[in-house]
Write a protein that binds this ligand. Structure first.
Ligand SMILES: [Zn+2]
Length: 268
């Protein structure tokens, strides 16, 4: 009786503590990641493909390619860069439903280092609401457009609970580099050490059709698991902000207002 009484007391204390106090891992994650810039994975044996600038016309095909390879990846979506995200809901939902990580790349692909606090918050909140409306979650990870950070921007990201991801290999696809030139960068960097988080863009056919299949094969050859950015940081459970968020029907009804003048003008 005495032992079980002590045990019950201990269990009660444990449960009470669990209900109110974040676990040491949660504390560590919040203190270590939110508002700090992360360039690569926290463990070896993984590769975290991370695609910027979608959703776009190749998103659905890219998800199929990844799914067929048993791979997980991360999509840093914008709200308006290649058309209105509300008009590409199916592709966003498909990526989410397939278990890929959905993260933020701001609403308009703004350079956050040049913006004030309220503008930065607005850039993040509009994407958050779009994600809530499309799949019910707010992201906990972001990649700044042009990888541009500032002290104020990082302070806002910390207060909004965002881990800030950049890269440790720039494929250069955005800068006219061919898939073959990108491949050389991976070969030069090698498959050893903590996993890579490459900078790459789902908005180029050459990246989706050539570089990604090559990387899937490169990972297989080198025994690397293709995982989300959160998983490569040992934070698979922390892809999204905790809590539940209201679906705003007005945003859906007024999506043309949310993305003015974008339906007919997508960049090529
Ligand atoms: Zn971008």
């Amino acid at each position: 009786m005495r032992v079980s009484g002590i045990l019950n007391t201990a269990l009660f204390a444990l449960c009470a503590a669990a209900a109110t106090v974040p676990t040491p891992v949660e504390v560590l994650r919040r203190q270590h990641n939110a508002g700090t810039v992360i360039t690569k994975c926290a463990k070896p044996g993984v590769l975290a493909l991370a695609f910027d600038d979608g959703p776009y016309q190749y998103t659905s095909k890219l998800v199929d390619t990844l799914n067929n390879a048993g791979a997980k990846a991360t999509f840093f979506f914008t709200g308006t860069l290649y058309g209105c995200i509300y008009n590409q809901r199916a592709a966003v939902k498909k990526a989410y439903d397939s278990g890929h990580q959905i993260a933020s790349h701001t609403w308009t692909h703004a350079n956050l280092a040049n913006l004030g606090t309220s503008q930065i918050q607005s850039e993040m909140q509009k994407v958050e609401q779009a994600f809530v409306n499309i799949f019910g979650k707010k992201p906990a990870y972001m990649r700044p457009p042009n990888l541009a950070t500032s002290g104020n921007m990082l302070s806002v990201m910390r207060s909004m609970g965002y881990s800030v991801i950049t890269d440790d290999i720039d494929t250069g696809d955005w800068n006219g580099q061919s898939p073959q030139q990108s491949q050389q960068k991976f070969q030069q960097a090698g498959a050893g050490g903590n996993g890579h988080i490459p900078l790459m863009h789902e908005t180029y056919a050459s990246t989706v059709d050539t570089l990604v299949p090559w990387l899937i094969n490169w990972a297989k050859t080198n025994n690397l698991k293709l995982v989300t950015v959160a998983e490569c940081l040992n934070d698979a459970g922390g892809m999204y902000q905790s809590g539940s968020f209201p679906w705003k029907w007005t945003e859906l009804l007024l999506r043309e207002a949310a993305c003015p003048f974008l339906s007919a003008s997508q960049p090529s």
